[in-house]
Design a protein around this ligand. Structure first.
Ligand code: F3S
Length: 387
């Protein structure tokens, strides 16, 4: 693996033990995956930020590190909203541990933006090399933006943030970004919502596994693409997908699809996922809401009274930039929380049934929250929350 003089100096320990160890980790990863070199990255997104997922050993390991990030880096959602943990019902004990994790990352120069939608906060461009780790963010970066990132583990993303580079293999290379399976959707998709696209992703992820799918027969918009990719990354291991005539690489390249397996998907297979089960709470914002989704929730609520717990999740920066809309949502009795989400917060474990508008949440809520998950459109979710 080719390393430049700067890399060699880091490996010799000239920039401290932490950076040395981090580069050793990146080189080892690169060797395992056959990388010929490291590639400079524009940003990093580090998972392993919720105390619920990293626990005491993870916290202790973070506290042994001593270096600063050299590229813009943010965190994945944590177990609670930093400023409103009490209001969300998070225990003092959990809050203290979570704040210790946050403090450890802050010492490492990681910005305390805890979100799976970092692309709403910092411009990420076509062709940018990244080291992101949350699966839906990775899918969006690769597929919707046309940036290049593998799905990094937490330590790999942190190492990349501290060194400013990542091993150049996998989805960093154009040759590995071609479609491997066609998903031919035969359905009337006019009027499909983000929940329909989330359900399609939930279903398709199981069919395609870890291959790169090329969709035909659909025309999703940005938030719908976000929902599709997030769900496919949850039920499958899809880090990149293409949609004919929609996603940037499918628009730019003429892929030769001859000889590639085609999987047909019908609308009835998607509708089957929309079951009517009793729920105790409703949670929106998986992945974290875009400004347009917040606006839509405010419009649909329009002064109605929320009667079941209604949680909305979004990045802190998105909330601050749309504070009036957020105030309108909260006036109806919903709560709009930053930094956390329905899957990583321990609070959601108290409900036995949760309604969501997300295919990814449909996949994760049963295991991560121990609750039955029901999927519906944003409007259906709000109807249930206000009935
Ligand atoms: Fe984001 Fe949490 Fe969903 S990290 S994609 S809101 S499970």
């Amino acid at each position: 693996m080719h390393l430049d003089q700067d890399d060699e100096r880091i490996l010799a320990g000239e920039q401290g033990e932490t950076r040395q160890k981090m580069l050793e980790l990146l080189v080892a990863l690169g060797k395992v995956f056959g990388a010929e070199r490291l590639v400079p990255i524009k940003s990093a997104q580090v998972s392993g930020a919720s105390y619920k997922t990293i626990g005491e050993y993870g916290l202790q390991w973070l506290n042994t590190l001593d270096a600063k990030a050299v590229v813009p880096a943010v965190l994945n959602p944590i177990g609670m909203p930093r400023d409103r943990w009490d209001e969300m019902g998070v225990s003092k004990e959990f809050s203290a541990k979570q704040m210790a994790v946050i403090a450890a990352y802050e010492r490492l120069g990681i910005a305390l933006e805890c979100t799976c939608t970092p692309y709403y906060l910092r411009k990420t461009l076509y062709g940018d090399h990244l080291a992101w780790s949350e699966s839906s963010a990775v899918s969006y970066a690769n597929s919707v933006i046309g940036a290049r990132t593998n799905r990094e583990g937490g330590p790999g993303a942190l190492a990349a943030a501290l060194v400013g580079k990542t091993p150049c293999y996998g989805l960093h290379l154009a040759a590995n970004r071609r479609p491997q399976v066609v998903v031919a959707v035969a359905a009337d998709t006019a009027g499909w919502t983000i929940a329909d696209y989330g359900a399609l992703g939930y279903h398709a992820g199981k069919l395609v596994g870890n291959r790169i799918p090329y969709f035909t027969g659909i025309s999703p918009e940005r938030d719908q693409l976000k929902a599709l990719g997030a769900a496919m990354a949850a039920t499958g291991a899809v880090a990149l997908y293409h949609v004919a005539d929609v996603t940037p690489e499918a628009q730019k390249n003429r892929y030769d699809l001859a000889g590639i397996e085609t999987i047909p998907v019908e609308g009835s297979e998607i509708r089957k996922l929309f079951c009517d089960v009793e729920v105790e709470a409703v949670a929106l914002g998986c992945p974290h809401c875009s400004p347009e989704e917040l606006k839509n929730i405010a419009l649909l609520l329009d002064g109605r009274v929320v009667r079941k717990p209604l949680y909305v999740f979004a990045a802190q920066g998105v909330i601050e930039a749309n504070q009036e809309i957020v105030n309108d949502i909260e006036k109806c009795g919903a709560r709009v929380f930053a930094d956390t989400c329905m899957v990583v917060s321990p609070v959601m474990e108290e409900y036995s049934g949760i309604m969501v508008n997300s295919g990814k949440a449909l996949a994760y809520v049963p295991d991560m929250c121990g609750a039955i998950a029901r999927i519906g459109s944003t409007k259906e979710c709000l109807d249930v929350a206000t009935e």
